[in-house]
Design a protein around this ligand. Structure first.
Ligand code: AMP
Length: 586
């Protein structure tokens, strides 16, 4: 087994490593550090967060830069502010004995002039998010024309977030002969093309299987009707009284909604998503780190920077759009040698995704039943009993003991215990004593969406209007203010589409589209004669598979909705923006 000593690190770094309590190099450190120390090579490393990759590029960079010079020699680009601060922090810790070292973080949402001032004082290493970096370059507040090392950290995430152009732009200000070290959890084509275009003959290292789950995490799923998703979340929380968790939602809106509901229901919860101000996000993260928040409800992007080691559970309130993202989510738990559980609340229509995830993480999910009300009561009661048992006695109470003893003179110990626990416990018991079974069995006739309770609609927008099914789903959900599961079976054709909702939402949907305009065109929605998602039936209606591509082959419904026929009904314009106040009154 290798040691930090024989990786070739200098004594200042070894001292910091010893202070940090790192005893053995992690796999990515073992593979990357000697290569980066001994050569001027470019590097592509496939490694996830939590593998020790910051030190894998950080130690060689710290050893190779000239601390006596004030010139900026190293640039580390990272996708989020949180990650940027985290890397800066780690670099400072690793370089604590490198006298004169100045590592500066550059990120949006904080004073640009203050950051420029810090850089001006002489920063050998800059850690930056791409947007703010580009901004500072254009204002000539930084000079990266002499850097020798550039790191693209979490490259897949940066590209995912749309930073490709910014990164390309930033790199064009750096010297040709620098070394570029790219770290990424996955290697989509876009990352490969960055490696190809900006790196010269890079060495490649892979740590473990890039998407494999860590051994310490077990994976469970709970099959429920989608309308019961929130109740299921509460049961999972109640069945685990000491839970310290991240709850992942797919959108910012759902994230906020779920967190608000949890808070209303008395849980220590908080929301973390991109619509919060930086200050709000900092406060939430601080409360989470201090264990004041037990359930942090977060979007995938916002959760990237969470660096908390003792998360007990990751709860997938909804599965991510990209199933690869599941690995990132579940990797938030089971860190630093601890075990963790990744739970998925899943509806019947999504259950097939579990199989695909199993193939990616190379692990099997356990299908578990949600605990019933009485199971939860028992867990809570025993948790309370344990808490009481371990509570240190507050002797300020001694003065009142006489009075209290008189009050309970005729009460036996058993009775006293029962009374005491009833005070705390009745809330749970009352809530749960008649709680229904929320579990759906695999064989049970499909989830709520596949019953006759749904309505299929025709809408006269489609791919030509720039929608794929996912974009249309998000668009419709946003304008109609519907939840994640309220809209389903979305199918886009060239110039029209179909979607379903529960019958209960029919009026809301149809009313909304009486005078709605998108990109200057009236949008019409009608109940489709075709009830299912059945592609065959939709095709039959069109005559052939390709019929919607042919000009002049609009189906009946489409003809009804296209053109200006119905304009006479609507006198005033009501486009997306204009419709907002009306919706908010609902
Ligand atoms: P990273 O993948 O860089 O985000 O690192 C994850 C965590 O592991 C950080 O808190 C590091 O301080 C810690 N770490 C990095 N290298 C080691 C190591 N060799 N031994 C123990 N902990 C480490």
């Amino acid at each position: 087994m290798s040691t930090f000593q024989n990786l070739g690190l200098n004594k200042d770094l070894l001292q910091a490593i010893s202070d940090l309590g790192f005893t053995t190099p992690s796999e990515v450190q073992e593979k990357a550090i000697p290569v980066l120390l001994q050569s001027e090579t470019d590097l592509v490393a496939l490694a996830q967060t939590g593998t020790g990759k910051t030190a894998a590029f950080g130690f060689p960079m710290l050893q190779k830069i000239d601390i006596n010079s004030r010139t900026t020699q190293g640039l580390i680009l990272s996708p989020t502010r949180e990650l940027c601060l985290q890397i800066t922090n780690e670099m400072k810790l690793y370089g604590k004995y490198c006298k004169g070292l100045n590592v500066v973080a550059i990120y949006g949402g904080a004073s640009i002039t203050e950051q420029a001032r810090e850089v001006k004082r002489g920063a050998q290493i800059i850690v930056a998010t791409p947007g703010r970096m580009k901004d500072m370059i254009s204002r000539q507040m930084v000079d990266i024309s002499k850097i020798q090392f550039s790191v693209l950290d979490e490259a897949d995430e940066m590209l995912n977030m749309g930073f490709k152009e910014d990164i390309t732009d930033i790199l064009s200000y750096t010297p040709q002969d620098k070394s570029t070290w790219l770290f990424s959890a996955t290697m989509p084509n876009e990352v490969a093309s960055i490696a190809k275009n900006f790196m010269y003959n890079p060495q490649e290292i892979t740590v473990g299987n890039k998407n494999e789950s860590t051994a310490q995490v077990s994976h469970e799923y709970y099959l429920v009707n989608s309308r019961d998703r929130y109740l299921a979340l509460k049961r999972l929380a109640d069945a685990n009284p000491d839970i310290f968790s991240v709850v992942f939602c797919r959108t910012k809106r759902d994230t906020q909604k779920v967190a608000e509901k949890l808070i209303e229901d008395g849980y220590n919860a908080g929301a973390l998503h991109g619509d919060l101000s930086q200050n709000q996000r900092d406060l939430v993260m601080k409360a989470f780190r201090n264990n004041q928040i037990q359930m942090l409800v977060a979007t995938d992007v916002a959760a990237r920077g969470i660096d908390v080691d003792d998360i007990t559970h990751v709860i997938n309130y909804q599965l991510p759009d990209e199933i690869e993202t599941y690995t990132h989510r579940s990797g938030r738990t089971g860190r630093a040698g601890k075990t963790g559980v990744s739970m998925v609340i899943v509806s019947k229509s999504e259950v097939r995704k579990i199989k695909s995830i199993e193939r990616i993480i190379k692990k099997q999910f356990l299908k578990k039943d949600l605990p019933n009300g009485m199971d939860i009561c028992e867990v809570q009661l025993m948790s309370l009993a344990n808490k009481v048992h371990h509570t240190e006695v507050n002797h300020d109470i001694d003065n009142y003991l006489g009075k209290i003893n008189t009050l309970f003179e005729d009460t036996t110990k058993d009775e006293l215990i029962k009374k005491f626990f009833s005070v705390e416990f009745s809330r749970f018991y009352n809530y749960y004593q008649k709680a229904p079974d929320l579990n759906v069995s695999d064989s049970q006739g499909a989830g709520s969406h596949d019953t006759d309770d749904s309505v299929r609609y025709f809408i006269n927008v489609g791919r030509k209007d720039g929608f794929d099914w996912m974009q249309l789903k998000d668009f419709l959900r946003a304008i109609l203010e519907l939840g994640q599961d309220d809209l389903f079976k979305v199918e886009t054709k060239d110039s029209f589409s179909f979607f379903n909702t529960e019958k209960a939402l029919k009026e809301k949907v149809l009313n909304f589209f009486t005078d709605f305009k998108h990109n200057g065109r009236f949008v019409n929605v009608e109940v489709s004669e075709n009830r299912g998602s059945g592609k065959r039936r939709d095709r039959k209606r069109n005559g052939s598979k390709r019929s919607d591509k042919r000009s002049g082959s609009k189906n009946r419904a489409e003809r009804r909705h296209s053109g200006g026929k119905s304009k006479s009904r609507r006198s005033k314009s009501n486009d997306f923006a204009a419709s907002r106040p009306r919706r908010s009154r609902r």
